[in-house]
Ligand binder design. Structure first.
Ligand SMILES: [Fe+2]
Length: 233
């Protein structure tokens, strides 16, 4: 059976949510599989190689690459060993590579243009703010948002310029992501991953601001408890 990945009637990629943890750090990893070709991608693999390997085997997937939303350790932890094991590329934005110094033998640093990973089309959306080169990845009607957009909030911004950049990034998402798109954040706190963007728009206070200044003032407000960095209430 021939499968044209650009055919809008082609089956949607199947997303498997992998909850992984190291001590108190809990991440969502995602396995994305084309149900026709079995081509597969991993997003931000970390902490539990056996969990990831079992999911890949269960799906019958052939790993075509690893997508990194940004260079923080809890998002890149298994990228190098898995890319060596499966002899597949690791993608990270060129801006994030430059800012972080991240290296991997099979690293591909990209700018903004979409590409094909086997039969899967990957569209990066540059969304700086949490880090200088953060990206979200759109694959079919799924959006993988790393630490840019959570169901209930957005990622930490280290300073005022970063908070302005985050505001612009969230505005970009509001302008370019369809309401039915499923949102898969790097961490979840209250609601599970896979909500529609329309649902996230309704529940997420950080998507309600009308200007950079008020957004930045709230994102950087004093008195946030560092032990509750992801308590968005
Ligand atoms: Fe992060």
């Amino acid at each position: 059976m021939n499968h044209n990945p650009l055919d809008k009637h082609a089956p949607q990629p199947v997303v498997t949510v992998l909850k992984v943890a190291h001590l108190a750090i809990k991440n969502n990893n995602y396995l994305v599989v084309d149900p026709v070709t079995r081509d597969a991608l991993l997003i931000d693999p970390a902490w539990q190689p056996d969990t990831i390997g079992a999911a890949l085997a269960d799906a019958g997937g052939r790993l075509r690459g690893i997508l990194l939303t940004h260079a923080h350790p809890d998002h890149v932890h298994l990228a190098r060993p898995l890319s060596e094991q499966h002899r597949c590329p690791v993608w990270m934005s060129a801006r994030e590579v430059a800012a972080s110094g991240f290296q991997a033998e099979r690293l591909i640093a990209f700018d903004a243009a979409p590409w094909q990973a086997g039969s899967l089309r990957v569209e990066p959306l540059p969304t700086p703010g949490h880090t200088p080169g953060c990206v979200c990845y759109r694959i079919g009607s799924h959006l993988f948002t790393g630490d840019v957009l959570f169901n209930e909030g957005c990622g930490i911004c280290p300073d005022l310029d970063a908070a302005y950049a985050m505001y612009d990034s969230l505005e970009l998402l509001k302008a370019s992501v369809a309401p039915h798109t499923r949102i898969y954040p790097g961490h979840t706190y209250l609601a599970p991953p896979g909500l529609t963007f329309a649902s996230v728009l309704e529940r997420n206070l950080y998507l309600q601001f009308r200007d950079r200044e008020s957004f930045a003032a709230y994102r950087l407000r004093p008195g946030q408890d560092p032990r509750k960095l992801f308590d968005f209430r």
